[in-house]
Design a protein around this ligand. Structure first.
Ligand SMILES: Nc1ncnc2c1ncn2[C@@H]1O[C@H](COP(=O)(O)OP(=O)(O)OP(=O)(O)O)[C@@H](O)[C@H]1O
Ligand SMILES: Nc1ccn([C@H]2C[C@H](O)[C@@H](COP(=O)(O)O)O2)c(=O)n1
Length: 223
C-alpha cells in the first residue's frame, strides 16, 4: 500500500452528506475523489442487468470482479458513472440500487473483490474517499478521518428534497424507513460494518449547511 500519498476519508450513514462534502473538499484541495458506494451500486446494477439473484453469492462475486466501472466529469462538471460501457449514473442513484448495493456489500468476498480497485484511487496529490469503511479497512493509515452523521429525520428530508427536485415521486415516511433499514444492515454486517474509525473526527451535520461542513472538514486538513 502506498502510504506516502495523503488520504482524507469521509465515512458515514446514507444521506449524511458524504458524497456532497467529499466532492467539494476534493475540488477545493485539487485532490482525486473516490465514491466507493458507486462501485457497490455498480455491481448491484450490473447483477440486475444479468438477472443474477441477490442470493447467488458465487455469481455476485464473479460479477464484482468482472464489472467495469468508469468515472468521468460531464461538461457541467457533474460526475458520471459508466458501468460496462453504459452511462448508469441515474440508475445508480435510485433507492433500489442503494438497497441492492447494501445487500451485496454484506458478502465478504464481494468486498474483497473491490478492495484493490479502491486503493488504486490513491494517486498524487491526494485522495478524498467516501464510503462506510474508508477509514477502518480500505485506508486505515489515512492522515485525516471524518465520520459524518445527521439525524435520520434530516437525512430523509435531504433525500426527499433531492428526489423531488429530480421529479421522482416518493414519501418522506417511506424514505425514512429505507434509510433506517439501510443503516441497520450496513452497521450490523459481520465484515467492515459502518462505524467510525477510532481516530475519526465525528461531525454531526444536523442543522448545518453544506458550506459550513465543508469548511469544518477543510480546517482539519489545514489546521
Ligand atoms: N450539510 C448539509 N445540509 C443540507 N443538505 C445537505 C448537506 N449535505 C448534503 N446535503 C444534501 O443531502 C442530499 C444527500 O447528500 P449526499 O448524497 O451527499 O449524501 P451521502 O451521504 O453521500 O448519501 P449516500 O450514502 O446515500 O450516497 C443531497 O441532496 C445533498 O445536497
Ligand atoms: N465503502 C462502502 C461504500 C458503500 N457500501 C455499501 C453500503 C451502502 O448502503 C451502499 C451504497 O453506498 P452509498 O452510495 O449510499 O454510499 O453500498 C459499503 O458497504 N461500503
Amino acid at each position: 500500500m502506498n502510504t506516502t500519498i495523503p488520504v482524507l476519508t469521509i465515512d458515514g450513514p446514507s444521506g449524511s452528506g458524504k458524497g456532497t462534502i467529499s466532492r467539494h473538499v476534493a475540488q477545493r484541495l485539487g485532490w482525486h475523489y473516490l465514491d466507493s458506494g458507486a462501485l457497490y451500486r455498480a455491481v448491484g446494477v450490473a447483477a440486475g442487468w444479468a438477472d443474477i439473484d441477490l442470493d447467488d453469492h458465487g455469481a455476485l462475486v464473479r460479477c464484482a470482479f468482472d464489472t467495469q466501472v468508469g468515472f468521468r466529469a460531464d461538461p457541467g462538471g457533474e460526475l458520471r458513472v459508466v458501468v460496462n460501457g453504459v452511462d448508469a449514473t441515474d440508475e445508480l442513484r435510485t433507492e433500489t440500487a442503494g438497497a441492492a448495493a447494501s445487500a451485496i456489500a454484506a458478502i465478504p468476498e464481494v468486498r474483497a473483490a473491490l478492495k484493490d480497485r479502491q486503493r488504486d484511487f490513491r494517486q498524487l496529490p491526494g485522495l478524498v474517499a467516501d464510503g462506510r469503511d474508508m477509514g477502518t479497512v480500505i485506508f486505515p493509515d489515512a492522515a485525516i478521518k471524518v465520520f459524518l452523521t445527521a439525524s435520520a429525520e434530516e437525512r430523509a428530508e435531504r433525500r426527499y428534497k433531492q428526489l423531488n427536485d429530480k421529479g421522482v415521486s416518493v414519501t418522506l415516511g417511506g424514505l425514512l424507513r429505507e434509510i433506517l433499514a439501510r443503516d441497520a444492515r450496513d452497521a450490523q454486517r459481520a465484515v467492515a460494518p459502518l462505524r467510525p474509525a477510532e481516530d475519526a473526527v465525528r461531525i454531526d451535520t444536523t442543522g448545518q449547511g453544506i458550506e459550513t461542513v465543508v469548511e469544518r472538514v477543510l480546517a482539519l486538513v489545514k489546521p
